[in-house]
Design a protein around this ligand. Structure first.
Ligand code: SF4
Length: 332
């Protein structure tokens, strides 16, 4: 096993709104190692993006981390001052968001923005920063990089802007790249190119990548491990191959059934999961999936299951495995 970079333990993050506490992340634990591509999958509102922002210490009011720990290379991130965090963000952990426009200033040329990021993290002069910027744009597959530097964001396509964002994120050679739905707004061909680029960077730079997506197909093709989130909790966690071949959690089963399949040359109809996710302002006392689960039992309504070991390196949060598995850590 390679060096452990990140260790998240029983993380809880809530938003304190006028209506009450929205428990967005309700006790999530996992670790991430150098060079690993880790998928976080779930529907919107499952807590995956809030968890990523918690790791980056980017949760803003009315949100806050309520409890738990986040260790980066053995150091407590939650005890760090903002200045130290700024050093870690960008230098060691970088985030690619779903919306490149929110990270790019529309009235400033690409070159100026990219140079600013490079010079913030590296002690180099303007000329050298420009050379680094051109090389970075080449690495992310942008043609005529010298010309692109002179352009404004609105002059570039969505895929190009996403590549610029990736160039900015990797400019300081982070050890962990958090990619939050990096391809959602892009068409299928560009999506594939961006994911290929992220994989290529992972291989060449030995970066760890946390790939957050609602698309299990993306996880299957790109990740080694996966965490399936639902209602602010982990439903299932383990090696991608095993989970795809033999899902243990009814929610994972449902997600897999809802993936489009090619059957005799035609696309098979999807089987969507009926119902809607739980209200995290009033999370259910038992299993969060109970209202949508075809196997739900009386007990599921009353008590949150334990995280149960269901394989050498796999866990699931479901009462169905109570007698078969070994009980792991409880998340509440
Ligand atoms: Fe379904 Fe019960 Fe398992 Fe929840 S605990 S997923 S309701 S069987």
């Amino acid at each position: 096993m390679t060096e452990k970079l990140l260790e998240v333990d029983r993380l809880k993050t809530s938003f304190f709104t006028g209506a009450g506490e929205v428990q967005a992340v309700r006790g999530v634990s996992f670790s991430l190692h150098k060079g690993q591509v880790y998928g976080i999958v779930g529907e919107s509102g499952s807590g995956k993006s809030v968890m990523a922002k918690s790791i980056m210490s980017l949760i803003q009011r009315p949100g806050r981390i309520v409890s738990g720990t986040i260790e980066w290379r053995g150091e407590d991130l939650l005890a760090k001052k903002e200045k130290e965090l700024q050093g870690i963000r960008g230098n060691e952990i970088a985030l690619i968001s779903q919306d490149p426009m929110s990270a790019l200033n529309p009235v400033v040329r690409i070159g100026k923005q990219l140079l600013e990021v490079i010079r913030r993290h590296q002690k180099v002069g303007k000329r050298q920063a420009e050379a680094i910027a051109i090389e970075l744009l080449r690495r992310v597959g942008i043609s005529s990089p010298e010309e692109r530097l002179k352009q404004y964001p609105h002059e570039l396509s969505g895929g190009m802007k996403q590549r610029i964002m990736i160039a900015m994120s990797i400019s300081c050679q982070p050890d962990l790249l958090i990619a939050d739905e990096p391809t959602t707004a892009l068409d299928v061909t560009i999506q594939a190119q961006i994911l290929e680029l992220i994989n290529d960077l992972k291989t060449k730079e030995n970066m760890a990548v946390m790939l957050i997506t609602h698309d299990l197909g993306v996880v299957a093709e790109n990740c080694e491990r996966v965490m399936v989130m639902y209602g602010g909790l982990i439903m299932e966690e383990g090696p991608v191959k095993e989970i795809f071949q033999n899902p243990k959690h009814p929610y994972t089963e449902g997600l897999l059934r809802s993936l489009p399949k090619q059957l005799n040359g035609a696309k098979e109809r999807l089987v969507p999961i009926q119902g809607s996710p739980p209200d995290l302002l009033h999370p259910p006392q038992g299993c969060p999936f109970v209202d949508r689960c075809p196997y739900a039992m009386e007990k599921c309504k009353e008590e949150l299951p334990s995280f149960i070991q269901v394989g050498e390196d796999r866990h699931t949060l479901c009462w169905l495995h109570e007698d078969k598995g070994k009980e792991g850590e409880h998340h509440e």
